[in-house]
Design a protein around this ligand. Structure first.
Ligand SMILES: [Zn+2]
Length: 147
């Protein structure tokens, strides 16, 4: 068990604390840093899990990226892809749905594609989710080249 950021060896306690708090293996220092980010942005735990899942697959993503209007859960700037984690999509009201649509519109205008992923998918099918995002990135890369 090592820290996903600095590869430091984790003690049993460090490991348990990080898994309980964030669901990923981080040393005390990096856990604290991540918890501050979560507190500030209300970041869902699954965004952090996906971020490290992507990192493991060699994808450099950004957590809580400020796009000028709002903080995006995860952004992959190389292919202009924004990923938002839906935490309570089963309670989506029409106002929220319209808000999402408008945010998607603004992203598209800036050349960004936004996809929304239900948090349960990341929690239970992280590997498959990462695999599909890699496929989306391939498609976006091809489109960027085409232009
Ligand atoms: Zn660390």
């Amino acid at each position: 068990m090592t820290c996903l950021e600095c590869n430091k060896e984790l003690s049993y306690l460090d490991h348990r604390n990080a898994m309980d708090s964030l669901g990923v293996e981080l040393c005390a220092k990096h856990q604290e840093r991540m918890e501050r980010l979560v507190e500030k942005n209300n970041t869902p735990m699954e965004a952090i899990q996906l971020y490290y899942g992507l990192k493991e697959a060699g994808v450099q993503a950004m957590l809580e990226w400020w796009d000028g209007k709002k903080s995006v859960d995860i952004a992959i700037s190389r292919v202009k892809l924004n990923i938002e984690i839906d935490v309570e999509y089963h309670m989506l009201t029409h106002e929220q749905a319209m808000n999402d649509l408008e945010e998607a519109m603004h992203s598209f205008k800036n050349g960004f594609t936004t996809i929304r992923i239900p948090h349960i998918l990341i929690r239970h099918y992280l590997k498959e989710t990462v695999h599909n995002i890699l496929g989306i990135m391939e498609g976006l890369k091809a489109n960027i080249k085409a232009i």
